[in-house]
Design a protein around this ligand. Sequence first.
Ligand SMILES: *Cc1c(COP(=O)(O)O)cnc(C)c1O
Length: 459
Amino acid sequence: MINTINPITAADFKEEMTYEQQGHNDAAPALIGQYAHLGISEPVVRFGEDILASLQGRFRQIDETAEYNQLKVTLAMQKCRVSEACLLGTTGYGYNDLGRDTLEQVYAALFHTEDALVRPQITCGTHALALALMSNLRPGDELLSPVGKPYDTLEEVIGIRPSRGSLREYGISYSQVDLLPDGSFDYEGIRNAIKEKTRLVTIQRSKGYQTRPTLSVARIGELIRFIKNIRPDILCMVDNCYGEFVETIEPTDVGADMVVGSLIKNPGGGLAPIGGYIAGKKECVENAACRLTSPGLGKEVGASLGVLSSFYQGLFLAPTVTASALKGAIFAANIYEKIGFSVVPDGRESRHDIIQAVTFGSPEGVIAFCQGIQAAASVDSFVTPEPWDMPGYDSQVIMAAGAFVSGSSIELSADGPIKPPYAVYFQGGLTFPHAKLGILKTLQSLLDCGLVTADFHKA
Ligand SMILES: *Cc1c(COP(=O)(O)O)cnc(C)c1O
């Protein structure tokens, strides 16, 4: 219908005027005043503004990816006929849970897979990965990682570090082929590592707590093609943590049999209070369901309680939330690169996950950074994080997170193992303004500690 009540006027084009024409000026005193209330000095704000001015083109590309993915999510929800009733939950056994079953169809539609398991009973990303591995491997099988050491917590799942209930205790062996020094795949090594008993290949998309580059979906596709060429029956699983919605395609679009991830990272959009997912081949998902619940019960049980509306709405928000986190990561990379610290990925390279590593080379740098992130939080901003011995990690770790969902790392957060090279891993930010605040706060913290000079150089 044509709107005749409110004809378009010049005022509607106001956004095409420049910032200055709209009555703002470069100094933006109100903004500087507001940052001052949060303990951030004017030079830090101005330094940030200069960096930001150089990033507008990249931010536009990120917005385009978010737009594409928003359409993808909406289309999947429409195709699966998500209804108001889906937002309700079940109790008890959870038989015929319409919302749970529909959400699993939505994930399958989104990842272009046959099936999916998306459950609050999957407690975290490690659990989702352990579930996918333990349910799809049998005694005598071998697991292969062709991309080097997996995420720290998986060492105990696999039994690289001896652990109760590990794959190793069940007679499942493990082999690993590291990336070559230049970050490329060691194809010869991988070919040699594939044996008769190799059943499943695990490919970690994100760098995790390492400084190797994150894998693009295209590179994951090349690796999968190589492996399937040698043995088409080998299952290819991708640890998709932190990678969802960063690109317009996902690993299942390039041949992965399974993708696995956490709902308190990207796909939960900051709203999911718990949960994990496995999307993939029907048989893989069915195996996982029978392990999560029980043989014979599979996907039929598992009450969703009251979490489904947050799963749906979180997924709906996930593309733009991921975009905000990506912008934060790029902003951080460019800030710290300019100051002289080594950053992975660097300020210009293309992004395949939301994690930004900054190497400070000293425990003090890692601690000052994390304390800055904490001080920028909306929740628990008044506490001071300290390094501690965390279960699942082999060194002390400092974690900064003032999150609405405890431990959620799609929210503004940072963590760093207290071991060389003393790198901090920064991620998240439900909105870009908040990610920006956090990064400026870290810079202020390093400045206050004397680790960065007043003219913004590495001390
Ligand atoms: C976060 C993460 C995990 C583990 O997830 P948790 O939810 O912390 O258990 C596994 N792999 C990668 C690459 C991750 O980033």
